[in-house]
Design a protein around this ligand. Structure first.
Ligand code: PRP
Ligand code: URA
Length: 213
């Protein structure tokens, strides 16, 4: 696979502007949450562009016509806990009828291996389009494990949306799940030797929820 065939970096001035503020150390948790929500709202249009459609008969007050609608059962948004929760409302703004699944995944700070602690998703995943959201794609371990879990439960059409991606994570995810397209607000330089994205924005969960001073 060519370098990052599986990645789309959102090309929009407002996304770049808001991502810059998000990264800064002076940004409070309140503003951080608002910006994550606003960026996801802006990204949602692009992230949903590849959703599959089917034809449908529509009866207007004047005549019958053939229109289009989303194929299959209601799509599912799946935040990877905890930080992915901050991206759900932005997605729901464009797909208010979507179902929501939750996957709890915590990355061990030393080994960087993800450990799953919660998994609850809607039934009939095979008939749904699934959008997994998590602000950070670092080593790619958490995203990859979350998507493997979804596929084990029947998901076949999966998209991944994040705010900041490391090249290492994009590559690793593409190797394990070449069918999954990644959307990011920004592609950063590299991973640090303790697995943080550089320049990044720090620990997304802590910054969203104010759990580290
Ligand atoms: C963060 C982030 C991703 C993961 C990315 O979560 O939200 O889930 O790290 O790292 P990876 O690509 O190397 O797996 P974390 O495990 O810190 O949990 P939290 O959301 O509860 O803070
Ligand atoms: N998880 C985060 O929250 N930030 C990083 O930079 C890497 C993983």
């Amino acid at each position: 696979m060519a370098e990052h065939d599986n990645l789309t970096v959102i090309d929009h001035p407002l996304v770049r502007h808001k991502l810059g503020i998000l990264r800064g150390t002076g940004t409070s948790s309140k503003l951080f949450r608002e910006l994550v929500d606003e960026i996801m709202s802006l990204m949602a249009y692009e992230v949903t562009r590849g959703l599959e459609e089917e034809t449908v008969e529509i009866v207007t007050p004047l005549e019958r016509m053939t229109g289009r609608r989303l194929k299959g059962k209601k799509p599912v948004i799946v935040p990877v806990l905890r930080a992915g929760l901050g991206m759900v409302d932005g997605m729901l703004r464009v797909m208010p009828g979507a179902r929501i699944g939750h996957i709890g995944m915590a990355r061990d700070e030393v080994s960087l291996e993800p450990a799953e602690y919660y998994f609850k998703v809607p039934s009939q995943l095979g008939e749904r389009q699934v959008i997994v959201v998590d602000p950070m794609l670092a080593t790619g371990g958490s995203a990859s494990a979350a998507i493997t879990g979804l596929k084990e439960r029947g998901a076949t059409r999966v998209t991944f949306a994040c705010l900041v991606a490391a090249p290492e994570g994009v590559r690793a995810l593409g190797e394990v799940h070449p069918d999954v397209h990644v959307f990011a607000a920004g592609l950063d330089r590299q991973l640090s030797d303790i697995g943080y994205i550089l320049p990044g924005l720090g620990d997304a969960g802590d910054r969203l929820y104010g759990t580290r001073d």
